[in-house]
Ligand binder design. Structure first.
Ligand SMILES: [Zn+2]
Length: 250
């Protein structure tokens, strides 16, 4: 039975379709990732104007037909747009966040936690939270929601607690190990200082809008970035296009 639905959703990406339309990939709160056609979305006076930017949070009204994978998108009411209030640096990251969500979200399989993470990050972007620290938080939770984030407290090999020497990122096994075990784990994704580990432990217990209250030096932020990109690339077995673009922009 064809049916009309309305869902809170995050826009992840769009593709051109024919002369005037677009295919929109969106992550719904209740039914996972969907794909739909936005008719006339490429026309100058489209009703979808301003609502198809990656990471836009909106209320999407769509029409679905059981036999078809593609739904028809009738309307998107914008709840929060990353374009409102976000800095230039933040906008550079918006595409990266959307691409990560797209990679992480299985087709048509509900994942409300993933949706909530994405929605809370859009909120923090528009409120001007430092985007680098937000990115590290986002990567941490993406991995953690899947049970993939390594222990922040103890070595995965010898179980020694991490101390002021911090941890070594063992990329092949996707774990963190102590400095001593780190000598025998092959290629690494760098090391994480005690400060970097402390930031993540504290950030993991917070809402993203309060991340600016935490201490994080540029050096520790950089360690986390290198470590997370290594972990994510190891899980996805590729580097994301937008991650490469961000690196080249710097
Ligand atoms: Zn160890």
């Amino acid at each position: 039975m064809p049916s009309s639905r309305t869902a809170e959703a995050l826009i992840l990406r769009t593709y051109k379709l024919g002369e005037a339309d677009r295919i929109v990939v969106f992550l719904t709160k209740d039914r996972g990732k969907r794909r739909g056609v936005a008719k006339g979305a490429r026309r100058v006076r489209s009703r979808f104007l301003g609502s198809l930017e990656p990471l836009t949070l909106g209320r999407v009204r769509y029409f679905e037909h059981e036999q078809r994978e593609l739904v028809r998108i009738d309307e998107i009411e914008v709840i929060r747009s990353p374009l409102s209030g976000a800095s230039g640096a933040a906008l550079g990251h918006v595409g990266y966040f959307a691409e990560l969500l797209d990679e992480w979200a299985p087709e048509a399989s509900p994942n409300e936690k993933l949706f909530r993470l994405g929605a809370s990050v859009v909120g923090a972007v528009t409120e001007g939270v430092g985007v680098e620290r937000l990115a590290r938080y986002f990567e941490y939770w993406l991995l953690r929601l899947e049970g993939l984030y390594p222990s922040l407290s103890a070595c995965a090999i010898c179980a020694a607690r991490f101390d002021e020497d911090g941890a070594v990122v063992a990329t092949r096994d996707r774990v963190f190990v102590c400095a001593r075990c780190g000598r025998s784990v092959g290629p690494t994704g760098g090391r994480l200082s005690a400060e970097a580990l402390a930031y993540l432990r504290a950030a993991g217990r917070r809402q993203p809008r309060s991340l600016d209250e935490l201490a994080l030096t540029a050096g520790a932020a950089r360690e986390l970035e290198v470590a997370h990109h290594a972990l994510i690339a190891a899980h996805l077995e590729k580097e994301l296009k937008s991650a490469r673009v961000l690196r080249e922009m710097r």
